[in-house]
Design a protein around this ligand. Structure first.
Ligand SMILES: [Zn+2]
Length: 99
């Protein structure tokens, strides 16, 4: 009869034992991969989309300020990214609220 060691207290156990007789630690059934964490894809919360909208508005404002400062390349990038972020947040919030 083959024996295994308890992974908790190292006591010798029968491979047919369901749990350690010394400490009660459950013996893993062989061929059964331990994967307790099946991660579900958690959708971003409404709060996160609101934050995205705020970040987008902030970026756009920075872009418009950059126009005044004649930093046109920075302004273009800021406004484009800002509006994109804002729209993503807006769509995300809308999508969340309709569910
Ligand atoms: Zn044990």
């Amino acid at each position: 009869m083959s024996r295994i060691l308890c992974s908790e207290c190292q006591a010798a156990l029968s491979t047919h034992a369901e749990a350690c007789r010394e400490c009660g630690y459950p013996v893993m059934a062989r061929g059964q991969p331990a994967s307790p964490t099946d991660k579900e894809t958690v959708p971003a919360s409404l709060k996160e989309y609101r934050l995205m909208q705020l970040a987008g508005i902030g970026l756009s404002c920075a872009g418009f300020l950059a126009v005044l400062a004649d930093a046109l390349v920075f302004a273009g990038v800021s406004v484009t990214v800002g509006i994109g972020t804002y729209m993503t947040g807006l769509l995300g919030a809308w999508w969340n609220s309709t569910e």
